[in-house]
Design a protein around this ligand. Structure first.
Ligand SMILES: [Zn+2]
Length: 334
């Protein structure tokens, strides 16, 4: 969360072992270093209010040269929003860039998609629609599910479920006289892809030279599996029974629930008027979802010197550990 709990929403999440990242909302992205933005392969824009979408131009500017596809998913109307955003620029020199931007719109029981490919001048080319229940993406490293919530306009709530990931036994690494380096990523990838046991891996030794091992030996000696985290991200929603039911269905048992807590409960009429949650409502929602930890965010600037009150109110209603997401892009880097 590069802008802290009161800044424009953007959550950068690294996918363990996979070399890429996910971005939830594209608010102000300027504090996320370029090397991290370049690893983003999927973005979910919960809705197109400016504070959640105005940073997309910054990401696009950096993504023009990327070779891998960039997939951006949003609520109903998102294909039109994205097309309008792209139409604001001139693209006559874009043909030689490799960018393939896939834009998806979750609407009812369908996901509609278009491809904007740089070689075709970023013009929208329709892709086949697909049926939608809750999963918008599933791959080896993680699954991403969304639900539609009411904020006066439809908004996507997101749960990202990491599959277990591989960790390195650092003590054993030292005992073997090896040092960390890019070869560890190669080892994890080979282990994940279940390459044959006699696959050769070149490890870096303490003196800097390469030592060659069999994959099965290094896997046994160095790697162990740790369970992945389940993270819920819910922002910009009214406190209605239907919204609560949808959040609880999607987020049941999350390890970390990142949830907006825009107003103090003493201002709950204002919260209802603006289609936002109070800190108390956020805490209660996290408790109903059985979240292990809660990270309240999206604080209204009206409480700039009273943010601790929002945290305390959320904590009291939640009854479990409440954490402050640190400002900086690595908040959930694992
Ligand atoms: Zn909003």
């Amino acid at each position: 969360m590069p802008n802290g709990p009161a800044g424009d929403p953007a959550l950068w999440i690294d996918v363990p072992d996979e070399g890429h990242s996910v971005l939830l909302d594209a608010g102000d992205l300027r504090r996320i270093p370029n090397r991290k933005l370049l690893r983003v392969s999927r973005v979910v824009v919960t809705h197109t209010h400016m504070d959640h979408f105005s940073g997309f131009d910054h990401l696009l500017r950096r993504a023009l040269s990327r070779e891998e596809e960039l997939v951006v998913t949003g609520p109903p109307g998102f294909l039109h929003s994205m097309q309008s955003k792209l139409a604001a620029y001139s693209w006559n020199l874009i043909e030689h860039y490799p960018l393939r931007l896939v834009v998806e719109e979750v609407d009812g029981d369908r996901v509609r998609s278009v491809l904007h490919a740089a070689p075709a001048g970023l013009r929208a080319e329709p892709l086949p629609a697909r049926p939608f229940e809750s999963t918008i993406h599933a791959e080896r490293g993680y699954t991403m599910r969304v639900t539609s919530l009411d904020h006066g306009i439809p908004v996507l709530g997101v749960v990202l479920d990491e599959t277990e990931h591989l960790s390195v036994n650092k003590d054993r690494l030292l005992q073997m006289g090896l040092v960390p380096g890019p070869w560890l990523a190669e080892l994890k990838l080979a282990a994940r892809r279940r390459r044959p046991g006699d696959t050769r891996i070149d490890a870096t030794a303490a003196e800097g030279e390469q030592r060659r091992f069999r994959l099965d030996r290094l896997t046994d000696e160095l790697l162990f599996r740790t369970p992945g985290q389940k993270i819920g991200y819910f922002t910009d929603l009214r406190d209605t029974e239907e919204n609560r039911r949808r959040v609880v269905d999607l987020a049941a048992g999350v390890d970390l629930m990142i949830c907006e807590a825009v107003f103090l409960d003493s201002d709950r009429e204002l919260a209802a008027e603006r289609n936002h949650l109070t800190a108390r409502q956020a805490g209660r929602l996290a408790r109903e979802a059985g979240a292990r930890r809660l990270a309240p965010f999206h604080f209204s600037p009206r409480y700039s010197d009273r943010e601790h009150e929002l945290m305390e109110e959320a904590a009291a209603a939640f009854g479990g550990p409440v954490i402050e997401l640190p400002a900086g892009p690595s908040a959930t880097e694992t």
